[in-house]
Every structure is written in C-alpha cells, then in structure tokens.
Design a protein around this ligand. Structure first.
Ligand code: BV8
Length: 233
C-alpha cells in the first residue's frame, strides 16, 4: 500500500450502535419512532418545540448511560500514534469519540451535549433537559435549542472538511448508510482528489460502489483491525 500521509475518517451512527445508541435506519431505529420532519427540522421545532426538545432530552439522557466501544477507542489510538495528518469527522451527535479518548473530533451535525441560544446565538456545554425551557447561561433568555444540524440546515465546518478531502490520500467511512448529504458525497470528493477509499460497515451502504474496498462486519471488530494495520505499516 502506498505510504499514507493524510487520512480523513467519516463516522456515522453505526460506530455507536454497539454502545447501545440507536441508529437512524435500523428496524426500530430513531426514524421509525419519529418522522424526520417532525423532530429533525427547524419547521418541526417551530411547530412543536415540546416534542423536539423531549426527543433530544431523551437521547441526551440515553447518552449518559452509554460507553465508548473498541471502535471509538481504536480511532483515539490512531489519533495519538499516527505520524501523518488525521481529520476525524463525525455525523454523530454523541460524545463517544471523546469519551473513547479522541481529542480532536469535528461534529459536522452538532452535539447533544451543546446548547444553542436562539436569542444571543452563543453555544454552551449542556447535559440537562431543555423541555422546561431553562435560561440561557449567557443571556438568561429561555430560548435554548439543541445545537444540532437539522435537515435543511448547513452542517458545520464544511470548508475545513472539503479542504481535507482535497488533500487526503485515504478516506475511510465507518458505520454510515450514506443516505444523507453532504456527508454522503464525501467519498466522491475524495475519489476525485485521487484518494483511496475504504468503507467499514455492517452492510453495504448506498455509496458502496464508490469505494475501492468495502469490509463488512461490526465496527468493534473491523476498526481495531484496520487501525492495527495502519499503525504497523
Ligand atoms: C443541507 C443530526 C443545505 C440530527 C442529521 C434530496 C436529494 C439529496 C439531498 C436532499 C434531498 N432533499 C433534501 C436533501 C438534503 C438533506 C438530505 O440529504 N436528505 C436526505 C434524507 C435525502 N440534507 C440536509 O438537509 C443537510 N443540510 O443539505 O443543507 C443547505 C445549503 C445551503 C444553506 C443551508 C442549507 C443536513 C443534514 C443533517 C441532518 N441531521 N443528524 C440528529 O442526530 O438528530 S442526519 C443523521 O442521519 C445523521 O447525522 C447522519 O448524517 C444521517 C445518516 O445516519 P447514519 O449515521 O448513516 O445512520 P443510519 O442509521 O442511517 O445508518 C447506520 C449505518 O451503520 C448502517 O449502514 C448500518 O449498516 C451500519 N451499522 C449498524 N450497526 C453497525 C454498523 N456498522 C458497523 N458496525 C455496527 N455495529
């Protein structure tokens, strides 16, 4: 394998599945219990804020009971030991990468443990519920919303992500169905920059045909194996 100097990794809900966090599209997953347009759009939030705040309160509480799994821990090891450049982008709003030891995680769709105030637009670390409309820690207005990128909203740090995709020589997608854009388009960006592309997933994703290689299996097995191979070459 040609020497790898710059890696971009994209993770999705599948990397947290073995930690007990619901994925979106599995049977009984998050989107089966709720319609996307009701709980993950600005329109849904405007229509029924109690429903949306309750949906995210439930997920924030579930997160406190989850633990990182070997896949999160292996990526943190890669971040520490890989001599080249690594950008870890996650679509996940959980903090399991961080609790697995990763220090620099780019949450392109926001974070459950962050609150965005729609009055003063500041972001605060947040672990409590929001349904009772607690006051913003900065301006005291009762106008906190989940700091989550909903459908129709612009994901965070897209410029930085595209720059890294332009420059990388390896793009690895882990635990994502490739159903939601712009994240689902990253593999095509990486390919057009000449990068090798690898997918680690439980089942083929919607973009599998765009990957040079797809390995099927649970992330807790495939990711540590892959990290060992990268660090030992
Ligand atoms: C935007 C936060 C524009 C919320 C999320 C028509 C065509 C194309 C695009 C569109 C279209 N209509 C609308 C769009 C755009 C839209 C979109 O792509 N819609 C889709 C439905 C077609 N995208 C947007 O709206 C984005 N914004 O486009 O903005 C814009 C432009 C200018 C100015 C302003 C705005 C914003 C999208 C972000 C939405 N927020 N999350 C929350 O978390 O509650 S999306 C959410 O679903 C995730 O974050 C992720 O991105 C996405 C997919 O979920 P996955 O992570 O892939 O999880 P999933 O369950 O689907 O799959 C799990 C996978 O893991 C499976 O493959 C499974 O096999 C595997 N797995 C399971 N267990 C394991 C495993 N793998 C390994 N090991 C295991 N153990």
């Amino acid at each position: 394998m040609a020497e790898i100097k710059r890696i971009v990794i994209l993770t999705g809900a599948g990397i947290s599945a073995e930690s007990g966090i619901d994925t979106f599209r599995a049977a009984g997953g998050l989107w089966e219990q709720h319609r996307i347009e009701d709980v993950a759009t600005p329109e849904g939030f405007a229509r029924n804020p109690d429903l949306v705040l309750g949906f995210y309160d439930m997920r924030r509480a579930a997160l406190a009971r989850a633990e990182p799994n070997p896949a999160h821990i292996a990526l943190a090891r890669l971040e520490r030991e890989f001599a080249g450049e690594l950008l870890l982008v996650t679509q996940n709003v959980d903090d399991l990468h961080e609790r697995g030891g990763a220090a620099r995680v780019l949450h392109m769709h926001g974070e459950l443990r962050s609150a965005l105030c729609t009055s003063c637009e500041t972001r605060s670390r947040w672990d409590a519920a929001m349904q009772e409309r607690p006051p913003c820690p900065v301006c005291r207005a009762p106008t906190l919303r989940p700091d989550i990128v909903w459908f129709g909203e612009m994901p965070y740090q897209m410029g930085r992500i595209y720059q890294a995709l332009e420059a990388c020589d390896l793009f690895v997608s882990i635990g994502t169905s490739g159903a939601v854009y712009p994240a689902a388009g990253f593999v095509a960006e990486a390919r057009s920059s000449g990068a090798r592309t690898l997918e680690l997933n439980l089942e083929p994703s919607e973009g599998s045909r765009l990957f040079d290689e797809t390995r099927l299996g649970p992330a807790s097995v495939l990711v540590p194996e892959w990290v060992d191979a990268v660090l030992n070459t």
